[in-house]
Design a protein around this ligand. Structure first.
Ligand SMILES: Cc1cc2nc3c(=O)[nH]c(=O)nc-3n(C[C@H](O)[C@H](O)[C@H](O)COP(=O)(O)OP(=O)(O)OC[C@H]3O[C@@H](n4cnc5c(N)ncnc54)[C@H](O)[C@@H]3O)c2cc1C
Length: 1012
């Protein structure tokens, strides 16, 4: 008996033989497309620019814009294409419409390579041709990103229309093989689940299914009546579990339980693919009806790796290409071994993967009429023909739709075709030998770098060191690793959060003391903290401090200062890291508390705890970097060392909107730099404050070094700000209070030793500009999130959306329906985007602003339904807003968005910069020149391009603004700790009678801790 490998080689050799009989380049469309692809494979920079240009082109309306983008993308390039572009641009300046026309035609041609038709009638031309070639079809409607329920409904309606049209047009068609055709209906529709519900949230599968199933049922019902097959495509990992669950739920329902014409995709590049597949097979057996699995490797590899690296998640995909190939083969085997219940569809262009499936089917005695190969339209034509000739069933995946919604599909295909790792490039562009292409991928995995013993692989840090020994400084944020966000895509994490919420609820009403000088202090007054979603619920009570407790706290902090200031910074850094570890351990508990105490949706609450952990770890590392006395300059005979002393007693006054992160950030910075601290949480988030105190106590903060005072800002806050023994005030909060602190701190009181230093972060009136060429799918989703995420109560939230006349109507239409689809409700439910505002005062104030808005501008949208109980404000959008109106100038701190229409970009920048604030700003554009301009001109401490303007990450986005937004300090940045320190330089003349030591050490640690 021959080995499986030799069988695979035989099948593979036959495919290649047939492929070579009809030679065709990978890029069968000659000319522009072929040249673009060839250049992309040679030149990575060109590839990036080319894909970006292709991406923006369909959205450009004017010829002049096309020419301008062409120049911006390619002008600086030095490759074979550059002279053509440059002369093209020269011509274009005179006759822009000609160049624009040619470019559009060429890019449309490129898209037509992969998009089978604009609509049903158009695609039928292709399908008929393929039918004659014995190739079947599955059609897919382009348009993956739906921003609103209106768009989702449109997608569902288009699916139904397409079914009706295709059934008419394909009447009388039969399967190509005669046998077993009942397993493979002619009419096959691939559906993208995310296009059916705009608010799909991985944390909330129940809600997703409750919305998706009713939209799907009519499609399934009609498909069944028409004898069509429905396949669920698989998209990014975030949607995977919901897609699987939806499949099992709907096809488990009585109406569809005995319907075999349903299929789903399994992606072999996922590490958990085998578990999912086996689970599906078990489900199928219990259901008792056949179903189909299309096995693919997966189309989102780059996206998944980038996304998981950004969020610190375990990457769901394999890192090595051959690992995906090996898994594809393992899963092929599982599928074929379970042929009695599942029909296999192998979706691959890789001859090795295909030949393996063929050989495995032979080995298991499965007739070739009982499974099929599926390949994409526009790719690997010769392989399709070869498979047909060999008597296999072949189906082509045919995307249908317009170029604009098809852009992300097109870019995925271009990426795949030019990927270094791809089979098609290896075979058809680089002419790799058949023997090499048919090798067992297992052998390639073993040879890979990642499997070498660790010691032989240079680390990134080592790679960065040049040979001469001088080190290139790495970016400050690279000194530590951010804590990963909790990924609520997993059932396990969802369960943990639910349990934490139940437990937090059980602790409602608990009482917490003040902590002064290490002692728990109770007063005769308790402050209640209410749940803004249900104000009758008391989350907890904290003892209320008055002036006597404030005085006691100052004394305790003063008394502890001497020792703490001399405690080695390493010990202080370890305290922070200990606190971070405790927060990590209690992560779900703390997040749950925030859901109840300040109304944060799950992911926002988790983000807050993550930020607190990051502050501790980042500041600990920064302190290690700046803590040692460092030589200022080499000079013979003299040594000068700069180092830092803490300022003294720090008063930390924090807001409620990031109730643990901001409090912890300011406290940890003050502590690690050697100051002693009085921490005063916001009156609305006192239980969070009490928790942070517990955490630092457990981490071992010495008595008096950190003191916890909860009480009224107007009483103890004001008293402490004015106190002669408070040396430093770290404040984050409203402009009104911030300015008062700033002023008051300027007064020197009798007995005061230091000039008070104020670190002051205040509000914003943050603008986002959407340029005329912006990707609206992205710009609208991110703007909605920036404006309404956490009810618009982030200081970074978007409150002024600036739209150009040119695309105003297009943006508004989608923006308003996207806002209309938002989920508003109690954030205890996982998928809520908009919860309650913090308290009754905020509720009233925001309502007043809404009234002002109604009198000043036009109410363009306001949600109708919000829960009757709790401080819920409906998301509200005003249009016709002018820059001088109050709603365009004053901070509202709620889910209220003002839209300002402007003539052009000049006016847009003027409006963006025209307020008292300068905190965050956003700019959406695909014009490199406009992006550069935004980077240079927008007045904001944090300028975000093509992403939301909220969600700063410690170390990555040092956060804080200027003008009336703050004093220019950057929380989570390299310089932040310096705010808490006094620099000091010690200079010693080390010359004695003209003799000086030859060597001067870079650091002198001795005088930090002198031998007494
Ligand atoms: C009919 C059909 C339907 C499809 N439907 C879907 C779908 O619903 N969902 C979906 O996600 N994809 C789908 N795809 C796309 C498919 O995933 C890609 O076309 C496929 O991954 C290319 O694989 P290949 O076997 O043809 O080529 P190969 O060149 O052998 O494999 C390329 C693939 O390997 C993987 N890969 C690349 N680099 C690495 C690496 N460093 N480490 C690990 N793995 C790596 C990636 O998945 C990449 O796409 C479909 C494909 C076809 C043909």
């Amino acid at each position: 008996m021959r080995s499986l490998q030799s069988e695979i080689e035989q099948h593979g050799a036959r495919i290649f033989e047939l492929v070579d009989q009809h030679p065709e380049s990978l890029f069968s469309k000659a000319g522009f497309y072929q040249r673009m692809m060839a250049l992309s494979m040679r030149d990575e920079q060109f590839k990036v620019q080319m894909f970006r240009f292709v991406d923006v082109l369909p959205s450009l309306r004017k010829s002049g814009d096309i020419v301008q983008h062409l120049e911006e993308y390619f002008a600086g390039m030095h490759n074979g294409f550059a002279p053509a572009i440059q002369s093209g641009v020269r011509v274009a300046r005179f006759v822009p419409w000609i160049s624009a026309f040619i470019l559009r035609r060429n890019v449309s041609g490129m898209a037509r390579q992969f998009i089978a038709g604009k609509n049903c009638a158009d695609v039928m031309k292709t399908l008929r041709k393929r039918h004659a070639e014995k190739i079947g079809f599955t059609v897919d409607l382009l348009g993956e990103a739906v921003l609103s329920e209106k768009e989702a409904d449109e997608y569902a309606a288009r699916c139904l229309d397409l079914l009706e049209c295709l059934v008419r047009e394909t009447q009388g068609w039969t399967g190509p093989l005669g046998k077993d055709s009942e397993l493979f209906p002619v009419l096959n529709l691939s559906v993208k689940i995310s296009a059916l519900y705009s608010q799909m949230n991985p944390a909330d599968p129940t809600d997703a299914i409750a919305h998706l199933a009713p939209k799907l049922r009519p499609i399934l019902r009609r498909a069944r009546e028409l004898g069509a097959f429905i396949n669920f495509d698989m998209e990014s990992y975030a949607h995977k579990n919901i897609t699987l669950k939806l499949f099992k739920t709907t096809f488990g329902e009585g109406e569809f339980k005995d319907w075999p014409d349903a299929g789903i995709v399994i992606q072999a590049y996922l590490r958990d693919a085998e578990a999912d597949l086996r689970n599906l097979i078990n489900w199928g057996r219990a259901r008792g009806t056949r179903f189909t699995v299309r096995l693919v490797k997966g189309a989102y590899w780059d996206y998944e790796t980038i996304k998981s690296r950004q969020n610190g998640w375990n990457c769901p995909v394999y890192f090595q290409k051959p690992e995906s190939d090996v898994n594809f083969e393992a899963l092929s085997r599982v599928l074929l071994e379970n042929e009695s219940i599942v029909t296999a569809a192998f979706g691959s262009h890789n001859v090795r993967s295909i030949a393996h499936a063929q050989a495995r089917a032979d080995e298991l005695g499965i007739d070739r009429s009982r499974f099929e190969f599926q390949l994409l339209y526009g790719m690997a034509g010769p392989i399709k023909r070869a498979l047909v000739e060999m008597g296999y069933r072949v189906r082509e995946y045919c995307p249908v739709g317009q170029l604009l919604p098809g852009m992300s599909y097109l870019v995925r295909r271009l990426l795949e075709n030019t990927s270094n790792e791809g089979f098609l490039r290896a075979k058809f562009s680089e002419n790799v030998s058949a023997a090499e292409l048919l090798r067992d991928p297992k052998e390639l995995v073993r040879q890979n770098r990642a499997n070498l013993p660790e010691a032989t692989i240079p680390t990134i840090a080592e790679d960065r060191h040049p040979k001469n020994g001088a080190s290139i400084e790495s970016p400050p944020g690279d000194i530590y690793e951010n804590s990963p966000l909790v990924n609520f895509v997993y059932q396990e994490t969802q369960e943990k959060m639910r349990t934490a919420l139940r437990e937090a609820r059980n602790r409602f009403g608990e009482k917490y003391p003040l902590v002064i000088g290490g002692e728990k202090v109770w007063t005769d007054k308790l402050t209640p903290s209410v749940n803004p979603s249900a104000p009758k619920e008391i989350v907890g009570y904290v003892a209320e401090a008055g002036i006597p407790e404030a005085e006691r706290a100052v004394k305790a902090a003063r008394a502890a200062f001497d020792k703490w200031s001399r405690t080695p910074f390493e010990e202080r850094a370890c305290l922070l890291e200990g606190a971070a570890a405790i927060m990590d351990r209690r992560r779900y508990e703390l997040s749950a508390l925030e859901v109840f105490e300040v109304g944060k949706p799950w992911a926002e609450a988790d983000g807050d705890i993550r930020e607190a952990i990051d502050f501790c770890r980042f500041y600990a590392e920064r302190m290690r970097q700046i803590g040692r006395p460092r030589l200022t300059q080499h000079v013979p005979g003299e040594e000068s060392y700069q180092h830092y002393w803490p300022r003294g007693v720090a008063l930390v006054i924090a807001p409620w909107n990031f109730p643990i992160a901001i409090l912890c950030g300011m406290v940890s910075a003050a502590l690690v730099t050697g100051n002693t601290v009085i921490m005063k949480p916001s009156e609305q988030s006192i239980v969070c404050g009490a928790m942070l105190m517990q955490i630092f106590e457990e981490a071992g903060v010495p008595p008096g070094v950190l003191n916890f005072l909860s009480g009224r800002g107007s009483v103890i806050g004001a008293h402490l700000v004015d106190h002669k023994d408070v040396d430093l005030i770290a404040f984050t909060g409203s402009r009104e209070v911030g300015l008062r602190i700033w002023e008051s701190a300027g007064i020197t009181r009798p007995g005061q030793r230091e000039l008070k230093h104020v670190i002051c972060e205040m509000g914003g009136k943050n603008p986002v500009i959407i340029d005329s060429d912006a990707d609206l799918d992205e710009a609208i989703v991110d703007s909605i999130y920036s404006a309404f995420g956490y009810q618009g109560q982030k200081c970074s939230a978007l409150s002024r959306l600036i739209l150009l006349e040119e695309n105003y109507d297009r943006v508004m239409e989608r923006l308003l329906s996207a806002a209309g689809s938002l989920r508003v409700g109690n954030p205890e439910e996982p998928g809520m985007m908009v919860g309650p505002v913090i308290d009754e005062a905020a509720y009233k104030r925001i309502q007043e602003y809404i009234e002002i808005g109604k009198s000043e501008a036009t109410l363009a949208y306001q949600a109708k339904e919000v829960p009757p109980e709790g401080y819920f404000i409906p998301p509200t959008i005003f249009s016709g807003v002018k820059p001088n109106m109050r709603i365009a100038r004053e901070e509202i701190f709620g889910p209220v968005l003002s839209v300002i229409k402007v003539r052009d970009l000049d006016e847009a920048f003027e409006v963006a910069n025209g307020t008292d604030y300068a905190l965050t700003a956003g700019f959406f554009s695909r014009s490199p020149a406009d992006i550069d301009r935004a980077k240079a001109e927008i007045e904001a401490g944090n300028v975000y391009i093509n992403r939301s303007c909220t969600g700063a990450v410690v170390g990555r986005h040092p956060f804080g603004g200027f003008k009336m937004s703050g004093g220019g300090t950057k929380a989570g940045g390299a310089d932040y700790l310096l705010q808490f320190l006094l620099p000091r330089v010690v200079t010693e003349n080390v010359t004695r009678h003209g003799l000086a030591p030859e060597e001067t050490p870079e650091y002198r640690d001795e005088f930090l801790w002198p031998q007494r």
